[in-house]
Structure formats: structure tokens, C-alpha cells
Design a protein around this ligand. Structure first.
Ligand code: ADP
Length: 339
């Protein structure tokens, strides 16, 4: 209801603005034509040989400039209102998505705990309940971490703990940890690795990346999920291709999925919940590592592939040292100015 009011309010402003500036144009045309006729009549009487006086063009030019100015201001106001409207809409959706994402694992944990407390559950079933609760707690932790991490990532204030690792083996290890955490059967993920090079990463950061990709692969799939990961090295970068057999993404949506809060509506699974933060967080982490991420999908039902490129150690070192040098140069210059 509130949003309806908001929308109605903008439509009314739009109509008033249009009426205002159309009236102004009308007035100006009337004023200009009227004066022109009067001047021309007077001019014809006084000195008929002067048919056109250049000073007559003055009001016309001023009016034109005013009109252009007015149009620009109207465009600016409406762009601003449009952005506001979109932000409010995004905010509303985000709050309702986050509320759901927080409530549903909590209710599930509560139900499991109550069952364990009130019933005599066999040992095997107890294990199953505990497993489910761990999964829900992990989900909650991931959600809360992502909400807390995003401002720090955006402002480049996130405290990474970078270390040098051998690319192939560490990515494999992170993937296996994620598979265990998501309680997926081992054969779900097939890893092909031929990456004998080193890179510099924050292991928790990269774990968040793969947690998000695996979580999405499971969520956006109608059949038992199958993931293929290929890890290789070139002379400059480590290349990771992460492919799933899920529902895929329509080509026109591909560019937008990395945007903050952006979610795609899938007709086949309309009830999948999320916040639209996962891939945005992934992109920010990869960017902060000096890397790039691309997405490919041939469309609905054709699966999705993410390609991640991270600089190898030598490239990272060079970039890191250049940045360090630049910063110390800037510091020196500031010191000289302050002296
Ligand atoms: P969330 O999953 O919380 O909606 P994400 O940022 O992780 O947010 O993903 C954004 C959108 O991209 C999702 O809403 C989903 O439609 C689409 N998407 C992401 N990963 C996949 C995937 N593996 N297969 C199909 N669609 C995906």
C-alpha cells in the first residue's frame, strides 16, 4: 500500500511538471509571436525598408536556452526519482528475502531441537537431526558473514590474510571442505587439476567464493547436481572453470547476476529463496585478489559455467610491489607538501 502511494506521488509530480513546462512553452510561443507581429507592424510603418532586425533574434535565443535548461532539469529530476524508486524497491525485497533466509533455518533448528528433547529418537535419527542442524547453522553463518562482509569489501577495508599456496592442491582442498560442509556425496563434484603454479590468496575468501558457487549449483538445479571443476595455469594466471548441470540462466540476465541484490526469477523453481548478495560478494572477493570472473550459460536448462582468473604469484608480486612503491611515492610527496 505504502509503495503504491509512493508510486502515485511520483506520477502526480510527473504530470504537474509536464503541465508546467508545456504551459511555459505555450506562453513563450504566444509572447514571441505576439511581439514579433507588433514589432513587424510598427517597423513596416516607421521604416518599411528594414524587413528583419537581428536584435529580434535575442528573445528567441534566450527562450530556446531556457527551454533546453528546463528540459535538462526535468530529465535530471526524473532520473533521480527513478533511482530512488528502484532503491526503495530493492530495499523492500532485500529485507523480505533476508527475513525469510534467517527465519527458515532457525525454525528448522528449533523443530529438530524440540523433537530431540520431547521424543525418544533412535541414535541414527539423532545423527541425522544433528547433521541437519549443522547445515542450517552453516547457512545462517554464511548469510550473516556475507551481510557483514560486503561494506568492508566495497571500501577495500576487509582484512585479508594473503599467503602463497600451490594453486591446484589448495583449490582442491577448499572444494573438498565445501563438499563436506554441504554434505554432498563426493561423486557430485568432479575435479580435473593440472595447475602446477603458485598464487597468493586469502584462503577464507576463496572458500567463500566456492561455498557460494556450490550453494547456487545445488539451489538452482532440478535434478541431482553434478559439478565439474577444471583448474589450470597459464604463464600469467590460474584459471578455474566451474560448471554445473543446473537450470542455467537466460542470456539477457547473464550480465546482471553479479549486481548487488539482483535475483533472477526462474519459472521452474519460483520458490527458491536468496538475497541476491552471493555472486556480488564472489565478484568483490575475486576483484580484491586482482582477478576476474566471467559467467556463461546457453540458456534455460543448459547449466552454468563460471570462469575465474587469478594472477599467479609472480604477477601478483609485481603488481603488489608496484602498488607499494606508488603508495610510498604518494606518502613522500605528501610529506614534502606538509613540510
Ligand atoms: P541468490 O542466490 O541469493 O539469489 P546470487 O547473487 O547468488 O543470489 O545469484 C544471483 C542470481 O543468479 C540468482 O537469483 C539466480 O537466479 C542466478 N544464479 C546464480 N547461480 C546460478 C546457477 N548456478 N544456476 C542458475 N542460476 C544461477
Amino acid at each position: 500500500m505504502k509503495r503504491r502511494h509512493f508510486f502515485f506521488y511520483h506520477v502526480v509530480i510527473f504530470i504537474i511538471a509536464q503541465i508546467a513546462w508545456l504551459s511555459l512553452i505555450g506562453l513563450w510561443i504566444y509572447w514571441y509571436v505576439y511581439n514579433y507581429i507588433v514589432y513587424k507592424e510598427v517597423g513596416d510603418h516607421v521604416s518599411p525598408e528594414i524587413s528583419f532586425d537581428i536584435t529580434n533574434a535575442g528573445p528567441f535565443v534566450i527562450g530556446l536556452v531556457l527551454l533546453v535548461g528546463l528540459s535538462l532539469i526535468t530529465i535530471w529530476i526524473f532520473r533521480h526519482l527513478n533511482v530512488q524508486l528502484r532503491l526503495t524497491k530493492l530495499y523492500d525485497t532485500f529485507i523480505s528475502n533476508v527475513t525469510h533466509e534467517l527465519k527458515s533455518p532457525l525454525s528448522s533448528i528449533q523443530l529438530s531441537l524440540e523433537t530431540l528433547k520431547t521424543r525418544d529418537v533412535p541414535r541414527e535419527k539423532q545423527k541425522e537431526f544433528v547433521g541437519m542442524m549443522i547445515k542450517d547453522v552453516n547457512r545462517l553463518t554464511r548469510l550473516i558473514n556475507s551481510i557483514l562482509q560486503i561494506p568492508a569489501l566495497e571500501q577495500k577495508k576487509f582484512a585479508y590474510s594473503y599467503q602463497i599456496y600451490s594453486a591446484g592442491s589448495v583449490i582442491k582442498q577448499i572444494l573438498n571442505d565445501s563438499i563436506e560442509q554441504f554434505r554432498l556425496p563426493l561423486e557430485t563434484v568432479n575435479i580435473e587439476e593440472n595447475a602446477i603454479c603458485e598464487f597468493v590468496i586469502d584462503i577464507d575468501g576463496l572458500k567463500t567464493v566456492f561455498d557460494n558457487l556450490i550453494d547456487n549449483a545445488v539451489k538452482y538445479s532440478l535434478q541431482p547436481v553434478k559439478i565439474n571443476v577444471n583448474i589450470s595455469c597459464t604463464t600469467q594466471k590460474v584459471v578455474i572453470e566451474f560448471n554445473d548441470n543446473g537450470i542455467g540462466i537466460a542470456p539477457k540476465e547473464l550480465k546482471k547476476v553479479f549486481n548487488k541484490f539482483h535475483r533472477v526469477y526462474h519459472q521452474n523453481i519460483p520458490n527458491v529463496k536468496g538475497t541476491g548478495l552471493g555472486l556480488y560478494q564472489v565478484k568483490e572477493i575475486i576483484k580484491n585478489h586482482g582477478g576476474k570472473i566471467y559467467i556463461f550459460s546457453e540458456g534455460d536448462g543448459k547449466g552454468t559455467t563460471f570462469k575465474i582468473e587469478l594472477p599467479i604469484y609472480q604477477v601478483f608480486k609485481k603488481r603488489f610491489l608496484t602498488n607499494l612503491l606508488k603508495r610510498s611515492e604518494q606518502k613522500k610527496q605528501l610529506e614534502i607538501i606538509n613540510e
